[in-house]
Design a protein around this ligand. Structure first.
Ligand SMILES: NC(=O)c1ccc[n+]([C@@H]2O[C@H](COP(=O)([O-])OP(=O)(O)OC[C@H]3O[C@@H](n4cnc5c(N)ncnc54)[C@H](O)[C@@H]3O)[C@@H](O)[C@H]2O)c1
Length: 371
């Protein structure tokens, strides 16, 4: 198969769809790999590394789109890229179609087959191609929160770990899933006094079994949240109700009960945010203040650590990428229901029910598309 990897063109996106190692593996499987010149630079992979892996370096995205059988990317194709997609071409990337009718109609019109990272599943009911970015955002959250807490950035001027004789920062993590668990681990590792709130008892039991002693757990109620935010120096928002907007767990009125200069890090901002006063920010201007409380609400946190994120995403996508290239998408999806769950678009038809429902577009079953 001819596999093509263009440079990401979405603003502030520095990741790349294939690492030099991924290119080397695909080539060892007998495939051709085309990388756009400079595609890996933002993540610290120079062209020479791809050339050493055996990939062809191509000047323009247009040449890649014109000849590749499969396009591997990170972000959803932008309008100009969508015009270059062809009938029969396979697209493997994050798509997030439900809130994006324009992209959905363009993909349908192109006739391509599109497999979305975010809907590929695993045997434990997880989302293996979304999880690495939640791990990254979770681990980053205490780091950016600690920076936000610094006086010069408007924060309370509290050090995460304290020092001998001075209490550490109190960190509240709301939501103990992938983001929350990684955030709590890192915050505790920095020496903070950490509590995780979740409304799932099995999840709280798991966290207590594995991390009891490292951080505390509490069942999530409005009362527990109100009590804990009064004490917190930092609150990390990490809740998710799949397919729904994030619930607003801290209201504007609640801010008045918090310590002035406390930091709110709303990782769930990509689902609308779990604090009433959250609004999406960018890496260029990440924090703002409301009623004396500092907010950090960057919607694409993994972009700040593009190299780590690229490597983490590449580890997760590679087995699927190789299956698609080795067997062709039809056989690969027929052999693996989890990959089949990633199929969103095929030959002008939607194949993912939740997207069809969200956009009012007819859907055919992915099993039918494979046949
Ligand atoms: N900003 C970014 O760059 C970025 C990056 C990655 C993920 N995210 C977002 O972070 C959020 C969390 O993702 P995740 O992978 O950890 O999800 P997850 O499903 O693993 O965890 C979510 C947790 O929230 C809990 N929860 C739901 N409602 C709750 C409530 N009312 N109180 C307390 N807990 C509650 C659930 O029980 C679950 O344990 C998602 O919105 C995801 O899209 C953002």
């Amino acid at each position: 198969m001819k596999i093509g990897c263009p440079t990401e063109i979405k603003p502030q996106e520095f990741r790349v769809g294939m690492t030099p190692d991924a290119a080397r593996e695909a080539i060892a499987h007998g495939h051709q790999v085309m990388i756009q010149k400079g595609a890996g630079l933002g993540a610290g992979f120079p062209d020479e590394d791809y050339a050493a892996a055996g990939a062809a370096l191509i000047d323009t995205a247009a040449e890649i789109f014109a000849s590749a059988d499969m396009i591997v990317k990170v972000k959803e194709p932008q309008a100009g890229e969508r015009k270059m997609l062809r009938e029969g071409q396979l697209l493997f990337t994050y798509l997030h179609l439900a809130p994006d009718p324009e992209q959905t109609h363009d993909l349908l019109a192109s006739g391509c087959t599109a497999i979305a990272y975010e809907t590929v599943t695993d045997e434990r009911g997880g989302l293996p191609l979304l999880a690495p970015m939640s791990e990254v955002a979770g681990r980053l959250a205490p780091q950016v929160g600690a920076w936000t807490l610094q006086k010069a950035n408007g924060g309370r001027g509290v050090l995460m770990g304290g020092v001998p004789g001075v209490a550490p920062a109190k960190v509240l993590v709301v939501g103990g899933g992938v983001v929350g668990t990684h955030a709590a681990k890192i915050a505790a590792g920095m020496g903070a006094d950490v509590t995780v709130l979740d409304r799932s008892l099995p999840r709280l039991k798991y966290l207590d079994d594995v991390f009891g002693g490292t951080f505390k757990t509490r069942y999530s109620t409005a009362g527990a949240t109100a009590e804990l935010i009064r004490e917190a120096d930092m609150v990390i928002g990490a809740v998710l109700i799949p397919g729904a907007a994030a619930p607003k767990l801290i209201s504007r009125a609640d801010l008045a009960t918090m310590k002035p200069g406390a930091a709110l890090v709303d990782v769930a901002i990509d689902q609308g945010g779990c604090f009433e006063t959250s609004r999406a920010t960018t890496h260029a201007d990440p924090i703002y203040e409301v009623d004396g409380i500092m907010h950090y609400c960057v919607a694409n946190m993994p972009g700040a650590v593009a190299r780590t994120s690229t490597l983490a995403l590449g580890n997760a996508t590679l087995p699927f990428l190789l299956a698609l290239a080795d067997k062709g998408w039809k056989q690969a999806c027929a052999d693996d229901v989890h990959l089949l769950n990633g199929l969103n678009v095929h030959a002008g038809k939607l194949t993912y029910f939740a997207v069809g429902k969200a956009l009012g577009i007819d859907v055919i079953s992915p099993t039918l598309a494979v046949k």
